[in-house]
Design a protein around this ligand. Structure first.
Ligand code: AMP
Ligand code: MN
Ligand code: MN
Ligand code: MN
Length: 288
């Protein structure tokens, strides 16, 4: 029996709706055997998730999703299999969280000028005391009826050209990859089809990423349809990148792909986990 991998998930440590142990329970119940917790710009949920995973026979892969500014665009780079005690990684992530605090205040002020009161406090009330994401603003704006769902909040208020937009000033690609490598991890370009880049632009990103020693690209993602997956598998092959698979789970009610039900990687992909040595208990739990 093949192990079921889901290598991209969020908890309340960033903008997920479930706390780390609930996330692991939900994933375990759905049949996931190898689960990466990849919160935005923090590893704060990893210890709790690891404890729950131990109890449930799930292999927890310590990860993170780093916000990066590349060529004036925001992209996301996953770090998988990290030593979360790594100083260089933690210092880098701390800098990104500082920017998030400044940006949250700025978003709150801009929305205030647009007639939406107390958005910062409202976003905080959804953030479980962890970092603040635009998702928390979106949840608050839905609560007060400023839009009917989170997607609409983004498109009406939070993206470029809209009243609450603040440009990202995230990590350099070089730095993000270096922090992941310093922590002994593998770097993976997250959900490449989401960036809506031209083919030329995406290939220049992948070329640079490979130059920097980046290891992988998400082929199977909650944000990818079948054609996206096929295209990303071809890019993986062209650039000699390993392929990853993750749902990008945030909340049960709007999971793009249910835990444990990710499509298989295309046959010609080399999985990011090809050289991972996993503890025996994962195989035992999977009945192998
Ligand atoms: P941030 O990192 O705080 O700028 O927030 C980015 C997060 O917002 C992403 O990780 C998604 O979870 C969420 N997000 C981005 N765009 C959308 C959208 N159009 N609809 C719903 N959620 C979105
Ligand atoms: Mn998110
Ligand atoms: Mn992302
Ligand atoms: Mn994500």
């Amino acid at each position: 029996m093949q192990l079921s991998y889901d290598l991209h998930n969020h908890s309340t440590a960033s903008d997920g709706a479930l706390c780390p142990s609930q996330l692991v329970e939900t994933a375990a119940a759905a049949g996931v055997r190898v689960l990466a917790l990849t919160d935005h710009d923090t590893t704060d949920g990893i210890v709790e998730a690891g404890r729950a995973a131990q109890e449930l026979g799930v292999i927890l892969i310590p990860g993170v999703e780093i916000s990066v500014t590349w060529s004036k665009m925001t992209i996301h780079v996953l770090g998988l299999n990290l030593d979360i005690g790594c100083e260089a990684l933690q210092q880098g992530l701390a800098g990104l969280r500082e920017f998030r605090i400044w940006r949250a205040v700025e978003i709150g002020e801009r929305l205030e000028r647009h007639g939406i009161k107390d958005a910062l406090a409202g976003a905080r009330s959804f953030s479980s005391g962890g970092l603040i994401s635009r998702t928390h603003f979106a949840r608050y704006l839905v609560q007060i009826g400023a839009a009917s769902d989170e997607r609409k909040v983004f498109s009406h208020f939070l993206v470029q050209g809209k009243p609450g937009h603040v440009a990202g000033k995230w990590a350099n690609l070089e730095d993000a990859v270096a922090w992941i490598h310093a922590a002994g991890g593998q770097a993976v370009i997250a959900h490449p089809a989401r960036y809506k880049m031209t083919r030329t632009k995406l290939r220049s990103l992948l070329r640079r990423f490979v130059e920097l020693g980046g290891e992988g690209i998400e082929v199977i993602s909650g944000s990818h349809n079948r054609d996206d997956a096929r295209l990303m598998a071809a890019h993986a092959r062209d650039f000699g990148l390993l392929a990853s698979a993750g749902s990008d789970f945030h909340a049960p009610e709007n999971a793009w792909i249910q835990h444990g039900r990710l499509p298989a990687l295309p046959a010609d992909c080399r999985p990011i986990w090809q050289d991972w040595v996993l503890p025996d208990k994962a195989y035992n739990a999977a009945g192998c």
